[in-house]
Design a protein around this ligand. Structure first.
Ligand SMILES: [Zn+2]
Ligand SMILES: [Zn+2]
Ligand SMILES: [Zn+2]
Ligand SMILES: [Zn+2]
Ligand SMILES: [Zn+2]
Length: 615
């Protein structure tokens, strides 16, 4: 029976982007570099703003078709190849190294020894290294690894292996790889397979040609092929915003200071060389200009981006795209294009004096509904082993100037806090002390650089507050409107040096039809205010309390405080920070810290108690 394997177009950036290993119907594949994409039929994706910030010529999406490229060489679609190539038969336990010549169109790999032929299963373990390489485990070496070099040399066969299961043991100890070559009989169980073993790195990824192989001396790590550290994609996302109405940089005064700086001319002269970094740092120290502003000014002046420091990873950095988006959402008359349609609304609380409504109304600012949004998501590369390891670019041969991307359409709710109320709260000594602790944990984290592109140069209370609010709102909306949390996403606009203080919660479904208006309806009065009230009430309590509420560091890198799976975390795809930098206490108040919405909680409880008394 023939079978068709499908990867949807929207999945070709995430989760099945270049370098990802994934299972389809019991078979395992790796998505290849974009150098192997079909030359024709790929679709151009427009996002000039993202392209210029990433320094690439543009974006292409894999054609949206049934995708079985491995079996049919010239089929359109994002290509992937079988990986790992070591497979085994569940019946006779024979292991087989599957080669491209062994593939039969529309057929899964079958055991050559069994009759009727059994489908072969992929081996569960693969090897990776810090340089981003991926390869099969050298199973022959593993089976013979308990023997000395002389004995190993006497075994004449490299591929006569069996993958055995013992009933006398359990777990990995029950599994072993045995050599069935004549007079050999070498064998080793898999008890110690995970970790590093002094095995050699292949120096490439499975789709790369031998000519692209490099000498790699990094220690290889054996991991399960589904392990979380096998693949860290580096993605970038930009909303389509009208080009013209938005100033390229909000801070004209700082821009002028940069241009008048004594070293500005020198910087422009050496832009693109390692020497630029010194000038750049000095100008930034004097003017307070952030990387994004300096980059924009330099690009304007010289047509090129400033030089990255010599040891920076290859591939584009993560540019800050929030500045223009924030400006577009907060513009007095929101600009409109076909793919960016905004309308301002309110919570509907004008003239309200009764609490908790009045109290809530005072704490929020602008509410903007986006009836239509277009988002472009691009993949520039990936790392393995850890997020800060060497970046492998999406084009492993480094010849192409474009990146793989997809476009998605949707709708969203944008809201800001009341700027005065926020500033007052942020100036509170206890709030500052509380967040200083989180900042110290962030400084120790290997994710510091990546997270700082989102938080701004210094983690401010408003970031943790707005981020937690976004999570709570998404969770509440999913209870009330039937959206799954995974179908909603956040964008946090909370860089205090850019005077941002809002969030966007949006849904982006995939195709050009967009979504059906269900989310923006939830943002219209009086729905949103009721949602926010119930959200605040729910946030005051977690089923893991008091443990959760009192936590001084939980989650990845201890970067969360009162926030766990039961109360605040979201699916990975919904969150910009990988579920870090969250704390309910900053929203509803904690033992040592006042919450921004604490008075709403208190007023809500008083109102409920009053209603009970009257009843
Ligand atoms: Zn078999
Ligand atoms: Zn042997
Ligand atoms: Zn390597
Ligand atoms: Zn919790
Ligand atoms: Zn998040």
């Amino acid at each position: 029976m023939s079978r068709t394997l499908r990867v949807r177009q929207s999945q070709t950036v995430l989760p099945f982007g270049v370098g990802a290993v994934f299972d389809i119907q019991g078979e395992s594949f790796v998505a290849t570099g974009i150098g192997d994409w079909p030359a024709k039929a790929k679709q151009r994706i427009e996002s000039p703003r993202l392209a210029s910030r990433l320094g690439v010529s543009g974006f292409y999406a894999a054609p949206a078709t049934a995708n079985d490229r491995f079996d049919v060489p010239d089929a359109p679609g994002a290509p992937y190849i079988r990986f790992p190539s070591w497979l085994f038969c569940g019946a006779c336990r024979r292991m087989k190294r599957w080669r491209i010549a062994d593939e039969k169109p529309g057929q899964p790999p079958r055991c050559p020894s069994c009759s009727p032929a059994r489908t072969l299963a992929p081996m569960r373990f693969v090897q990776i290294c810090q340089a981003g390489h991926l390869g099969d485990v050298d199973w022959w070496f593993w089976a013979h690894s308990r023997r000395d070099a002389g004995e190993r040399r006497r075994c004449g066969e490299r591929e006569k292996l069996r993958f055995l299961v013992s009933e006398r043991a359990s777990g990995l100890e029950a599994l072993s790889v045995a050599c069935t070559a004549k007079d050999c009989g070498a064998t080793r169980d898999l008890l110690d397979i995970l970790g590093t073993h002094g095995m050699r790195c292949s120096g490439r990824n499975p789709w790369q040609r031998r000519s692209e192989e490099v000498e790699c001396n990094r220690p290889v790590q054996v991991v399960q092929r589904t392990a979380g550290n096998l693949y860290y994609p580096i993605t970038h996302s930009a909303l389509d915003i009208p080009e013209t109405d938005v100033p390229a940089y909000a801070d004209d005064e700082v821009a002028a200071q940069v241009r008048e700086h004594d070293l500005w001319v020198s910087l422009c002269r050496v832009a693109g060389t390692p020497r630029a970094a010194v000038f750049q740092t000095m100008i930034q120290e004097d003017t307070g200009a952030d990387d994004a502003l300096l980059e924009a000014l330099l690009a304007e002046e010289t047509g090129q981006a400033p030089a990255a420091s010599a040891d920076a990873p290859t591939g584009p950095a993560r540019p800050d795209l929030s500045r223009e988006e924030w400006a577009a959402f907060t513009a007095p008359a929101p600009p409109a294009t076909r793919d960016f349609a905004l309308r301002e609304t309110t919570l509907g609380l004008a003239g309200e004096t009764a609490d908790p409504w009045a109290s809530l109304g005072r704490r929020f600012g602008r509410i903007v509904l986006a009836d239509r949004l277009r988002e472009v998501r691009a993949l520039s590369g990936f790392t393995r082993v850890s997020p800060d390891a060497t970046v492998v670019p999406a084009d492993t041969a480094r010849r192409l100037k474009w990146l793989p991307a997809v476009e998605v359409f949707g709708e969203g709710i944008f809201l800001t806090l009341n700027r005065t109320e926020l500033t007052t709260w942020e100036d509170d000594e206890d709030v500052r002390k509380h967040v200083a602790g989180m900042r110290a944990d962030l400084d120790r984290s290997f994710q510091k650089d990546r997270l700082e592109t989102l938080t701004g140069s210094e983690l401010a209370p408003r970031f943790v507050l707005l981020h937690t609010l976004a999570h709570l709102l998404i969770r509440q909306l999913s209870f009330e409107s039937g959206y799954t949390t995974a179908s909603l996403r956040e964008r946090i606009y909370a860089r205090s040096e850019q005077d941002q203080y809002g969030i966007l919660v949006y849904t982006a479904a995939g195709d050009a039809e967009g979504t059906l208006g269900g989310l923006v309806r939830q943002g219209e009065p009086p729905r949103l205010v009721e949602t926010l009230l119930r959200m605040t009430e729910a946030a005051a309590w977690c089923s893991a309390d008091p443990l959760c509420a009192e936590h001084t560091g939980q989650g990845f890198g201890n970067l969360n405080r009162a926030a766990c799976h039961a109360c605040a975390l979201l699916p990975e795809t919904s969150c910009e920070t990988g579920n870090t930098l969250l704390d309910r206490a900053l929203v509803v108040g904690g033992e040592h810290v006042p919450g921004y919405l604490e008075s709403v909680v208190t007023a809500g409880r008083a109102a409920a108690a009053g209603a009970l008394e009257q009843a």
